[in-house]
Design a protein around this ligand. Sequence first.
Ligand code: GCO
Length: 411
Amino acid sequence: MEFSFPSGFFWGMATAAHQVEGGNVYNDNWVLEHVPGTSYAESSGDACDHYHLYGEDIARLAELGFNLYRFSLEWARIEPEEGEFSLAQLEHYRRVLAACHEHGVTPMVTFHHFTSPRWLAAQGGWEGQRTPERFARFCERAMAHLGDLIPQACTINEVNIGPLISSIVPNFASTRTQPWYEEAARRVGSDAAHFAPFLFADVSHGREIIMAAHHRAVEAIKAERGDCQVGLTLAMQDIQAGPGGEEMAAHMRHELQDVYLQGTQGDDFIGVQTYSRQRFGPQGPLPAEEGVELTQSAYEFWPEALTATIRYASQATGLPVIVTENGIATEDDTRRIAYVERALRGVADCLREGIDVRGYTYWSALDNFEWQSGFAPKFGLIAVDRQTQQRTVKPSARWLGQVAQANRLPQ
Ligand code: GCO
């Protein structure tokens, strides 16, 4: 069935600073990538050199028909030492924001997307009691310089990523006892017990700190610009019960989703990020079901997860939903189109049911640095030759751009 989206619907592409900019040498992740024996497949290096090529990337996105660009500010560039703010770097992001506005693209700015300055990591990172106040100070300074150009903001990307990873990756907690992790801790001037980059923070200390940081950030952003639409984003899976797994699935929904969704009161929207489903049995996570296609990141090809998570987030919070990330890692671009089309049919169903969905953002604009997996997984709508930094628009980008421009999903 053909479906017309509400007028003003956001059609976005997303990136994150560390995954595309290149040369982000001042943050904690750079250290993790560079210690001997690291579990990172490779260094982020020059990434997609988006730090210099943002102009052409934003122009291309607009030309393809998209009207929103979600990207993140790199805290470690803006505040490379505690309390030392770089006006030159703030000016860089002013130019990025201006490029969006010049092309009629709404910028959606993420203030924290996984990476943090080394000095923060040296002081307890995302288990440090003073981190919320330090993060709020950064948000305040960034907003003071950039706020007039920021209508939409995400405070923290995937507030629940730590517990999510440890619930599905066996022995993830033991990472912190590995020699390479200890060496990274030493390099930032800490020790393994106190070195807590965002992706490795222990949930028993981390959750309250992360949510406090979110609340302080909302205040700081709103104080500078009251009409800025602010929310957090959540890594959501359609959590399903396998045989006998009802209780475990309900427990995981509570731990990974509800406790965070409950902390969004007063926000302007909830950012839903979904890639797949996850089934649980009585003892824990179940492997992919036999016969279900796998993506490059070994997730089940399960675009219907988006419908389920939009409904879940909307019902739990009563807030408008923005899909801040949805996508697939694949070398086969026809599977990307198939995935997005099915996901969008689900968004259309949610809108028909009366759920206030404001936009759909595809992860990612570019083939980029996928954290520990390096550059192998291809999430991008646009391919990047990392020798020449030349971009190649994939058919999926044109397909989704046409849907965006028409604001309509064809039959
Ligand atoms: C996340 C992040 C992105 C990832 C994407 C694909 O959701 O983990 O926001 O940084 O690259 O999700 O795994």
